[in-house]
Design a protein around this ligand. Structure first.
Ligand SMILES: [Zn+2]
Length: 186
C-alpha cells in the first residue's frame, strides 16, 4: 500500500549525475506511483524556500515540475500564486525578447546567476488530475517555468549565464544586489 503521508525527498546537488539526465514523458498521470511522486515533490518544495522544483532534482527521471511562486526568504518579492503541477510540459512559443534577472536553484545552494530568459511564453501541460492545460506565462513566473523546464533536459541555470562574472553568492544577492534593484524601481 502506498504511503498516504507525503515525504520530503532529498534534493540532488550540483555534480550529481541525475541532474544531467534527460527526463522521460509520464504515460499515466493516474498511476499511484506518479501521484505519490507529485505529492512528495510538492511536500519537498513547500518545505524548502524554493519557488519551483523539477522531478530530476529528487532523482526521478520524469517530465514533472511544479511552479509555485511565493514570497519567501530566498525570493522576498516573488508574486504569490497557487502551486501548479505540470506533467509532460511543452514550450509552444515565446516572445522574441529575453530579459536577464537573478536566479538560484535548490540544487546549487549559495549561488545566484544572472540568466537571460524569454519574457513571455506559451505552454501546454497535463495537470495532476489528467486534464490538459494551455497557458501564457510572463515575467517571473515564465522565468521559473523555463528554469524548471531546463531541469527536464539535464540543464541548470549555470549553463545559461553569459559570463562567470554573472555569478554571485546568495549573501551578496540578498544584502546588496536585491536592495539596490528595489531602490531603482521606486
Ligand atoms: Zn533549479
Amino acid at each position: 500500500m502506498a504511503d498516504l503521508i507525503p515525504q520530503t525527498l532529498t534534493i540532488a546537488q550540483l555534480g550529481n549525475p541525475v541532474l544531467r539526465q534527460i527526463a522521460q514523458p509520464i504515460d499515466n498521470v493516474h498511476d499511484p506511483s506518479v501521484q505519490a511522486l507529485i505529492d512528495n515533490l510538492m511536500a519537498t518544495l513547500l518545505s524548502s524556500n524554493g519557488v519551483g522544483i523539477a522531478a530530476p532534482q529528487v532523482a526521478a527521471p520524469d517530465q514533472l515540475l511544479i511552479v509555485a511562486s511565493r514570497p519567501n526568504p530566498r525570493y522576498p518579492h516573488a508574486p504569490e500564486m497557487e502551486p501548479t503541477v505540470m506533467v509532460n510540459p511543452r514550450l509552444l512559443s515565446h516572445s522574441p525578447e529575453k530579459v536577464k534577472d537573478w536566479e538560484g536553484c535548490l540544487s546549487v545552494p549559495g549561488i545566484r546567476g544572472l540568466v537571460p530568459r524569454y519574457r513571455a511564453i506559451e505552454i501546454e501541460y497535463t495537470r495532476a488530475d489528467g486534464t490538459s492545460q494551455h497557458q501564457t506565462l510572463t515575467d517571473f513566473v515564465a522565468r521559473i517555468f523555463q528554469h524548471e523546464f531546463d531541469h527536464l533536459n539535464g540543464q541548470v541555470f549555470l549553463d545559461r549565464v553569459e559570463s562567470v562574472q554573472d555569478l554571485i553568492t546568495d549573501q551578496e544577492y540578498l544584502t546588496r544586489v536585491l536592495p539596490a534593484a528595489l531602490g531603482q524601481q521606486s
